[in-house]
Design a protein around this ligand. Structure first.
Ligand code: FMN
Length: 93
């Protein structure tokens, strides 16, 4: 599972870049993955949660199976997001 915000203009945050770049070298066939992203759709409408979208694509290329739909959170998570996140985790387990 990866939880990531989006930095720059649709960029992977610095502290996740190495992991992201190494993903294509890993065979995760038979494994399950899930991605959560936070972002700001008002300031970045064309790159909302782009890092989460890019991680989803990178995991799919490893042969891993998506265990739950990618969750996109608007800015900091609020109470409304808790049920969504609980359902995400339940689907993954
Ligand atoms: C410099 C900067 C660049 C950002 N770029 C994006 C972006 O391209 N796409 C997006 O959806 N959110 C973008 N964001 C919003 C962050 O992802 C947002 O702050 C974060 O998801 C909310 O988490 P926080 O409450 O920890 O700040 C950016 C924020 C900053 C400060």
């Amino acid at each position: 599972m990866v939880a990531t915000y989006t930095d720059g203009d649709g960029e992977i945050p610095f502290n996740l870049q190495e992991f992201y770049e190494e993903l294509p070298e890993i065979d995760l066939s038979g494994k399950v993955f899930g991605v959560v992203g936070s972002g700001d759709s008002e300031l970045y409408p064309d790159a909302f949660c782009q890092a989460a979208i890019d991680f989803e694509k990178a995991f799919e290329a490893t042969g891993a199976t998506k265990g739950a739909d990618t969750v996109k959170i608007e800015n900091a998570a609020e109470d409304d997001d808790i049920d969504t996140l609980k359902a995400f985790v339940a689907a993954l387990l």
